[in-house]
Write a protein that binds this ligand. Structure first.
Ligand code: ATP
Length: 270
C-alpha cells in the first residue's frame, strides 16, 4: 500500500475559536501568526523570525489543534507528519522524506510545518528505544536540523513540533535558531474544561439546558480530546435510544464510559 507522505491542507477552517482554554499558549502562537502574516514588519529592523517552536504537553491537550489554528489564522498551508511515521512507514528513507517535506513547504511559503511526536525522531542520541535502526533515526534527525539551519532570512516557513516528552529530546533540537521556544499545553483546569465543553457542544442537539459547571466538575483529569469524546459519545448514546435530543443523563453515561476506558488504559500502563 502506498503510504500517505504528508498532508498539505490549506485548511482555513480551524481557528483560535476552536481552541478552548490554553490562554498562555494561544498568546504565544498568536505571535507566530503575526510573523507569518507580516514578516517584513519583523525583519525590517534586522531581527530574525524564529524558525521553530516546541509544543509540550500530555496527549490530547490540543497541540495539533493549536498548530492547525495557527495555519488557519495566518491563512497559510499546513504540512504535517508524525515522528512515528518514520518508525513505521518510512524505514530507510527518513532523511529524503524530510527533505521533500521542507521543499514542498518552501515552495508554498509562507507555510507551517507540523511534526507530531517529534520524540520518535528527536530522542537524544544513544537513547534509542524503538525497533528501527539508530543510524536511520539519526540521519532523519540530522536532515531535520540541516533543513532548519538552511532556512534563509526570507524563507517564512515556521516549524511547530509536538511532544509529551521534552526531557528525552536531543539538546541539539533546542539550540538557538531551531526549536528555541517551548510552549506548554497542559491538561485543562475546571474552567477550561467548561470552555472545551462549550466548543464541543456547538453541533450537539440537547434536550435541556446543560449545566456546564457541573459537567466540568464531573471530569477532573480529562483532556480536551476526552471531553470531545464525551460529547460525541453522549450523542451516540441518545441516538441509539432513538431520542430526538441529548439529555444530561446521556452525558453522564458518556462520562462513565470514558472514565472506564481511561481506567483500563492506565491499568495496562502500570
Ligand atoms: P497528541 O499528543 O495525542 O497528538 P494533541 O495534544 O495533539 O494530542 P489534539 O490532537 O490537538 O491533541 O486534540 C485532539 C482533539 O481533542 C482535538 O481535535 C479537539 O477536538 C479536542 N481538543 C483537545 N484540546 C482541545 C481544546 N483545548 N479545545 C477544544 N478542543 C480540544
Amino acid at each position: 500500500s502506498k503510504a500517505k507522505l504528508f498532508d498539505e491542507k490549506t485548511d482555513t477552517r480551524t481557528s483560535f475559536k476552536d481552541v478552548a482554554g490554553l490562554e498562555g499558549a494561544k498568546e504565544e502562537v498568536e505571535e507566530i501568526v503575526e510573523f507569518l502574516k507580516h514578516p517584513d514588519k519583523y525583519t525590517s529592523l534586522g531581527g530574525k523570525i524564529p524558525k521553530g517552536a516546541l509544543l509540550v504537553g500530555p496527549p490530547g491537550t490540543g497541540k495539533t489543534l493549536l498548530a492547525k489554528a495557527v495555519a488557519g489564522e495566518a491563512k497559510v498551508p499546513f504540512f504535517s507528519l508524525s515522528g512515528s511515521d518514520f518508525v513505521e512507514m518510512f524505514v530507510g528513507v527518513g532523511a529524503s522524506r524530510v527533505r521533500d517535506l521542507f521543499k514542498q513547504a518552501k515552495d508554498k511559503s509562507p507555510a507551517i510545518i507540523f511534526i507530531d511526536e517529534i520524540d520518535a525522531i528527536g530522542r537524544a542520541r544513544g537513547k534509542n528505544n524503538f525497533t528501527g535502526s539508530n543510524d536511520e533515526r539519526e540521519n532523519t534527525l540530522n536532515q531535520l536540523l540541516t533543513e532548519m539551519d538552511g532556512f534563509g532570512t526570507n524563507t517564512n516557513v515556521i516549524v511547530l513540533a509536538a511532544t509529551n516528552r521534552a526531557d528525552v529530546l536531543d539538546k541539539a533540537l533546542m539550540r538557538a535558531g531551531r526549536f528555541d521556544r517551548q510552549i506548554y499545553v497542559d491538561l485543562p483546569d475546571i474552567r477550561e474544561r467548561k470552555e472545551i465543553f462549550e466548543v464541543h457542544l456547538r453541533p450537539i442537539k440537547t434536550s435541556e439546558k446543560l449545566d456546564l459547571d457541573f459537567l466540568a466538575r464531573q471530569t477532573p483529569g480529562f483532556s480536551g480530546a476526552d471531553i470531545a469524546n464525551v460529547c460525541n459519545e453522549a450523542a451516540l448514546i441518545a441516538a441509539r435510544k432513538e431520542k430526538k435530543a441529548v439529555s444530561k443523563q446521556d452525558f453522564l453515561d458518556a462520562v462513565d464510559r470514558i472514565v472506564g476506558g481511561l481506567e483500563k488504559k492506565n491499568k495496562i500502563i502500570t
